[in-house]
Design a protein around this ligand. Structure first.
Ligand SMILES: Cc1cc2nc3c(=O)[nH]c(=O)nc-3n(C[C@H](O)[C@H](O)[C@H](O)COP(=O)(O)OP(=O)(O)OC[C@H]3O[C@@H](n4cnc5c(N)ncnc54)[C@H](O)[C@@H]3O)c2cc1C
Ligand code: FES
Length: 315
């Protein structure tokens, strides 16, 4: 199984179709784009706070400029649908600073500049029938689209989704399907995953929804109750680095293949600025490691290759 990589980068004008709140701090932005790409889950787009007026038929539709000058911002593609002559993408974002505040102000009909799809994608194993997706906080977006692709490939998918508290979980829940507080079973309680047939295990740090505790502990509890076959399972994870560090070690201890979706500050997104280094194992190198660029070699890496710089989530 190899990681697929996209070498082509595309600059397009994206028209805002919708931009609505999903929970306290996350919104989903849907953009309509001209032309179709061979994008795959794990890839990201680089959004600029302006579209050049010269690119536009109607310069008045350009989104208002960001209050301060801004580099492009990277966002995983959370969903992609073909439309007549083009495609629609979803981006789910948490408002954390200048750029994401500006994104939250976008209204339908305005246009922004979209570079992408960029980066590589999650590999889908031909041989393994089960996939567990472990998504902490704002690591959720790429997992939604990955669940669709895995289900279409005939895999049995379970998504583990965690947040600090229920009001920060960017998922619409089915009120008739309560989550299991012991994390012993998964349920079709999150509509976006249920549409792909994927059951979820929910966890919150403060216990306001589902399992009370961190997502790694929920993963462990579920695994102990359900005893997966390590040879028939792949784990994919995205979220805070210390959580991914934990999941990577947990999977390695059990001989389970694991892929992580890394996040770095990205100035260019295309391999030029060198701002997005990830330290990876390189047995052939004299030091045994090297820097990989997250934007072009990643953002998806085999978990066993990453040299973690963060502490792991405490058990
Ligand atoms: C490949 C890739 C995919 C990504 N996918 C997503 C996604 O799907 N959804 C999403 O919301 N974000 C995603 N991010 C992170 C996103 O790029 C940043 O949140 C965004 O650039 C913040 O821009 P800003 O101008 O609002 O914040 P800035 O003004 O740049 O930062 C404001 C403050 O927020 C802090 N900050 C910056 N980023 C984060 C963060 N991620 N979490 C918490 N605090 C932060 C900064 O340290 C700073 O203190 C992704 C990043 C990468 C590299
Ligand atoms: S973001 Fe510039 S090299 Fe990766």
């Amino acid at each position: 199984m190899s990681l697929s990589s996209s070498s082509s980068s595309l600059m397009r004008v994206g028209t805002v179709v919708a931009n609505r709140a999903l929970c306290d701090e996350h919104l989903r932005l849907t953009l309509r784009l001209p032309g179709r790409t061979a994008a795959a889950p794990g890839q990201f787009v680089h959004l600029a706070p302006i579209a050049l007026a010269a690119e536009l038929d109607d310069p008045a539709s350009a989104a208002p400029p960001c209050p301060s000058p801004l580099l492009r911002r990277a966002f995983s593609i959370a969903g992609l649908r073909a439309t007549d002559g083009g495609e629609e993408i979803d981006v789910i974002y948490r408002v954390v600073g200048t750029g994401t505040q500006w994104m939250a102000s976008l209204t339908p009909g305005l246009v922004v500049s979209v570079l992408g799809p960029l980066g590589n994608s999650f590999p889908i194993s031909k041989d393994k029938d089960h996939a567990w997706l472990v998504a902490g906080g704002v690591g959720l977006p790429p997992m939604l689209w990955l669940a669709e692709s895995l289900s279409a490939a005939g895999k049995q998918v379970i998504a583990f989704c965690g947040a600090q508290r229920a009001s920060l979980l960017a998922l619409e829940l089915d009120p008739n399907v309560p989550p299991d507080v012991d994390a012993k079973q998964a349920a079709l309680s999150a509509r976006a995953f249920a549409r792909s047939g994927a059951a979820v295990v929910l966890a919150t740090d403060d216990g306001s929804l589902g399992f009370a505790g961190h997502l790694g502990a929920a993963l462990d509890a579920f695994s102990q109750a359900n005893r997966p076959d390590p040879d028939d399972l792949v784990i994919y994870t995205c979220g805070p680095e210390r959580m991914m560090h934990f999941v990577a070690g947990w999977a390695a201890d059990r001989g389970i293949d694991c892929y992580v979706c890394m996040e770095r500050a990205m100035a260019c997104g295309t391999g030029t600025c060198q701002s997005c280094a990830v330290e990876v194992r390189a047995p052939a190198d004299k030091d045994g490691w090297r820097y990989a660029l997250c934007c072009t070699e990643g953002p998806v890496f085999p978990a066993r290759n990453v040299l973690w710089q963060t502490p792991t989530t405490a058990r």
